[in-house]
Design a protein around this ligand. Structure first.
Ligand code: PGA
Length: 255
């Protein structure tokens, strides 16, 4: 069965010194959580990956490491970018790809997301592929069409054998950082639709194995209702992931 995944997307928060303190607090708060039941990932900025990797190893926290982005080339003259291989060498497991902030603010395209997904798989990383609609797309009832297009593009040319390991995060853009969440029923309806799109693309077996997350103002108070939906296998948490008590309470709410 699908193991619940709670992934904290720290975005552009925390120096490596602050990150050290935060991960120690999270590790301490979650010491009793059974990793067979819920997998917990932290996705700090690049500058904190090495620090946190060292702490996870030394203190044996049941946390896995994720990155927030990568570039789609092995190496070369790409000033400011980092490769999948660099992440892999730091024991990174997950890489968030196609987050709406990268798409909307930094102009990332579906084609770039697809290239990153393939490079990530080649390097042995597990992509967390983000999709989701804007407020106006939501109002125009274009949610299903938008997420279908984003997922088909992101996974184009990826085999079902590989795709089954991927994680998809549905994050309505109007719910990110706003305090508004999709209702559990609406989130389930869209994420259930995502699974049907994946089944058409990859077959029901691979689609049934894939973990589909909800993201957008997830908090300790709403996590249980969202995660008790049949197709919602976890959460991608932004704002609430950089406060250890709130993030830990989300994890505990679903165990
Ligand atoms: P939020 O962010 O939890 O602050 O809404 C979620 C995300 O962007 O992944």
């Amino acid at each position: 069965m699908r193991v619940t995944l709670i992934a904290g997307n720290w975005k552009m928060h925390k120096t490596h010194l602050e990150a050290m303190r935060l991960v120690q607090e999270i590790g301490h708060e979650l010491a009793d959580v059974n990793p067979q039941k819920v997998e917990v990932a932290v996705c700090p900025p690049f500058t904190s990956l090495r620090t946190i990797q060292t702490l996870i190893d030394a203190d044996r926290y049941d946390l896995v490491l994720g990155a927030q982005n990568m570039y789609f080339a092995d190496e070369g003259a790409y000033t400011g970018e980092i490769s999948a291989g660099m992440l892999k060498a730091l024991n990174v497991t997950y890489v968030i790809l196609g987050h709406s902030e990268r798409r909307e603010i930094l102009g990332e395209t579906d084609e770039e997301v697809n290239a990153k997904v393939k490079m990530g798989f080649d390097a042995g990383l597990t992509p967390i592929i983000c999709c989701g609609e804007t407020e106006s797309e939501h109002a125009a009832q274009e949610t299903h069409a938008k997420v279908e297009r984003q997922i088909q593009a992101a996974l184009a040319g990826v085999s079902p054998d590989r795709a089954r390991a991927a994680v998809i995060a549905y994050e309505p853009i109007w719910a990110i950082g706003t305090g508004q969440t999709a209702t559990p029923a609406d989130a389930q309806a869209t994420i259930g639709y995502v699974r049907s799109v994946l089944a058409d693309m990859m077959g029901p077996d691979a689609a049934g194995a894939m973990r589909l997350l909800y993201g957008g103002s997830v908090k300790a108070g709403n996590a249980k209702a969202l995660l008790s939906q049949p197709d919602i296998d976890g959460a991608l948490v932004g704002g609430a992931s950089i406060a250890a008590p709130e993030f830990s309470a989300i994890v505990k709410a679903v165990t």
